[in-house]
Ligand binder design. Sequence first.
Ligand code: NIG
Ligand code: FE
Length: 391
Amino acid sequence: MTSTLVHNIGQLVTNDPEHDGTKLGLIERASFLIEDGVIAWAGPDDQAPIHHIKKKIDAQGKTIIPGFVDSHTHMIFAGDRSKEFRARMLGESYTSGGIALTVEKTRAASDEALRSNAKSLFVEAHASGTTTIECKSGYGLTVEDERRSLEIARGFTEETTFLGAHVVPVEYKKNPKDYVDLVCGPMLEAALPFSKWIDVFCDKGAFSAEDARTILKAGMARGLLPRLHANQIQEGQGVRLGVELGVASVDHVSHVSEKDIEALSTSSTVATLLPGAEFSTLSKYPDVRPLLEASIKVALASDCNPGSSYTTNMPFVIAIAVREMHFSPEQALWSATMGGAKALLRDDVGHLGEGARADFSILSADSYIHLAYRPGVNLVEQVWRDGLKIK
Ligand code: NIG
Ligand code: FE
């Protein structure tokens, strides 16, 4: 057994309320013990075990937080859409129409090009403290392009999501029902070996709630777990459909009605907010307070994709959530770690309680508050995953 003691931590965020009675489970002047890549103990420095320690890491009084869990990304694509971004900043509005350009570039790209682009994004995400990443297909939209997107994604993460129902591709615009049949039939079949989740973009310009229900049910019947893009562009039935089907998470939820909040509050579905998308589409940020007041679990994720949110940086997401969406610094950090884990139905990541994977970051900061207080500054000095240093 390999035992590593991380000690002299100025402030440790465990997300284990047992330590201080709050959601963040803070310990000041802390240590924790890693055994075989898993947290075996966490507590005050002066109570740290001293026997059988093979290795000691001195955190030099800095802050340690759990690795970020980014539960919503679209990292398998080719090309960029910077011109579209520019046009939006000058006044155009975001529509789902731009997705077609990325689909064209993705179809034309080699497997190697897609893999290498995804690799840079995964490396970039790890460097800013993200240790668990969900990754969707959705820019292939043919049986083979969706299959290979998912196969490539599976090379990087077990949290892979089949999003054949991202938009109806141009060649099916005249007969969209045939595309729904393709997604529920041969495309789903080809996606199965490489997918854990199924997702649908249920919104204006994408799929109706009725189609989304059909597609999610087809995936669930084949053993995939459901999640849903809902209420990004406009209010609709997406959130309530998600709750009805028991999806792990409804994502975006930028426009919610009282009925949506009521439905979510009596369910175990997480609401995942994606502030990077509002930032990049110049849209109004949703207010998190009505969701929290209704005791809804809220996650924060990057939505990394070339159209509506081309960032992998969770500290940036936290900073916007605090500055623009009425998250407290505590809630934002919890949502970017434990919230993401809940949105992926994972209990081994997102926290540093006993038995959790030793996934964490050392911040060159006196407190986690600096994540929002020092926006745009790279505070993530070291990143560890499964007890091994990856940055
Ligand atoms: O989550 N909303 C749907 N899909 C992506 C955007 C895709 C794109 O514009 O390329 C999202 O924001
Ligand atoms: Fe998305």
